[in-house]
Design a binder for this molecule. Structure first.
Ligand code: ATP
Ligand code: MG
Ligand code: MG
Ligand code: MG
Length: 469
């Protein structure tokens, strides 16, 4: 059975054989791109090559890219532990053409790799295309012999890929695998598509447009290709599993979490182990790429992920810091492919230990407060915003941690009430500042914060970061 490490190599070797330059993953913090919180796909490091702003000495590339989807346009934080296919950190395998080959070559490459090199059963594969893309439909028919009913036309943005609110974009075709009727879910475009029966494995984007902030779009001068396949998803298939968390790599982390808490990896704590395994990867790779937990921006997203994981460790009965003890298992699995992880190991362990030790006390007290509050509520009633705000302000519970805790109990937070409490506290801070004699500066600062603070990617996290700890 091939390991995830083997599968990564097979992918890159295939494209190397087909004249692609193998390029290293770029860091999770995009260079010179304030529009994006974290690298969320393989194309991010090549953005300027698609738009023609930059050229390099190659026009074909292939990568295994570290991705984090925990904020902004692509956010899978709430899916983790609940679907078989989502992580906050994952590796995206990709091949790219910068004005070199286009659809008629990208589709045959993907089909050959999947059905020959990886040996997937053709009968289980189906694809989606953007509804107007007759060209892609014709290529699929010719190359793969797929019948019409397995070439599904999708009219929504699901088949028009965008990195974020601006940047290169285009229609796409996605390849799905049918795991069989014993698993709940329907084909793409159907009402049951959120299930795990039909799993999207590979997205081929036909880069031909650029999106601007004002909503307008232009046609790019050249036609390019950008593809992305989740290593963990193809890995699950090739290891005969239908769940990413059952692959060798994720499994070793889950077992380390189970070992560290003397619990059963598949028992009642199953979801907690999955969340811990997932979050550990995000946390470790973010720290390795220079992000440190803090109260704003990227650092606050990291802190939120850390604290969410810590609550799950707490629920497994971990009395001592747990997360840092799983780091060696991760480094064993991924340190060879990503040497920065090995280099940062000590820093990752120390940072986790410190954060977990500091949060432990308020976590215990906050969870007790949460239980008290819940016992006062009638059936189906949401947690009042004031209580969620107190948890946030006094106990350092990010809003999403409280929401995550309530989800298991089928409850929600009154988010409007939470926002209101937050706004009130800000108004108080503003008034206090105004009284301090620095009125003019303060007014300018608050105006700036209001004007520039709320951007798609950084705003929400920066906003809710105030008042932490
Ligand atoms: P989904 O619809 O399943 O959420 P997506 O359409 O958001 O996936 P893309 O943006 O097309 O995903 O990314 C390309 C590929 O990366 C996907 O086909 C999938 O294999 C993989 N991928 C995307 N998101 C995740 C994730 N959160 N965890 C693991 N793999 C992912
Ligand atoms: Mg998605
Ligand atoms: Mg999708
Ligand atoms: Mg997709």
């Amino acid at each position: 059975m091939p390991s995830l490490n083997d599968i990564r190599s097979t992918f890159l070797d295939y494209f190397k054989r087909n004249d692609h330059r193998i390029v290293d993953s770029s860091p999770l913090v995009p260079r010179n791109d304030p529009t994006l919180m974290f690298t969320n796909s393989g194309m991010v490091q090549f953005k300027n090559l698609f738009t023609g702003v930059e050229t390099r000495d190659y026009t074909r590339a292939s990568t295994s890219q570290k991705c984090v989807r925990a904020g902004g346009k692509h956010n899978d934080l709430d899916n983790v532990g609940y679907t078989a296919r989502h992580h906050t950190f994952f590796e995206m395998l990709g091949n790219f053409s910068f004005g070199d080959y286009f659809k008629d070559q990208a589709i045959p490459y993907a089909w050959e790799l999947l059905t020959k090199d990886f040996g997937l059963n053709k009968e289980r594969l189906l694809v989606t295309i953007y509804h107007t893309d007759d060209e892609a439909a014709a290529i699929w028919k010719k190359v793969a012999g797929l019948p019409d009913e397995r070439i599904i036309r999708i009219p929504t943005d699901d088949n028009f890929w965008r990195m974020g609110p601006t940047g290169p974009c285009g229609p796409c075709t996605e390849i799905f695998y049918d795991h069989g009727p014993s698993i709940w879910g329907g084909p793409p475009g159907s009402a049951e598509e959120d299930g795990d029966r039909f799993i999207e494995i590979w997205n081929l984007v036909f880069m031909q447009n650029e999106q601007f902030e004002d909503g307008s779009m232009r046609a790019l001068d050249m036609q390019s290709i950008d593809t992305g396949m989740g290593l963990e998803r193809i890995g699950a298939l090739l290891q005969g599993k239908h769940d990413n968390y059952d692959t060798d790599l994720m499994r070793s982390l889950i077992e380390a979490s189970a070992h560290g808490t003397s619990t059963d990896p598949d028992g009642s704590g199953k979801i907690h182990h999955r969340v811990i395994a997932d979050h550990l990867r995000s946390i470790s790779f973010l720290i390795a790429d220079g992000v440190m937990p803090s109260n704003e921006g990227r650092g606050y997203v990291l802190r939120r992920i850390m604290r969410r994981a810590m609550r799950h460790a707490h629920l497994l009965g971990a009395n001592d810091p747990l997360m840092h003890r799983i780091v060696p298992a991760l480094v064993r699995q991924m340190g060879a492919a990503y040497p920065e992880l090995t280099r940062a190991q000590a820093l990752i362990e120390e940072t986790l230990k410190l954060e977990e030790t500091r949060f432990k006390q308020t976590l215990d007290r906050g969870l007790r407060l949460l239980d008290d509050e819940l016992s006062k509520l009638g059936e189906g009633q949401p947690l009042p915003g004031a209580a969620a705000f107190k948890l946030y302000d006094t106990y350092g519970f990010p809003l999403d941690l409280t929401q995550d805790a309530l989800r298991e109990k089928g409850r929600a937070v009154d988010v409007k009430g939470f926002d209101h409490a937050m706004a009130e506290q800000k108004a108080k801070a503003r008034a206090a500042w105004a009284g301090s004699g620095e009125t003019k500066d303060a007014a300018i600062w608050f105006d700036l914060a209001e004007k520039h603070g709320v951007t798609e990617f950084l705003g929400y996290d920066t906003e809710t970061a105030e008042g932490q700890i």
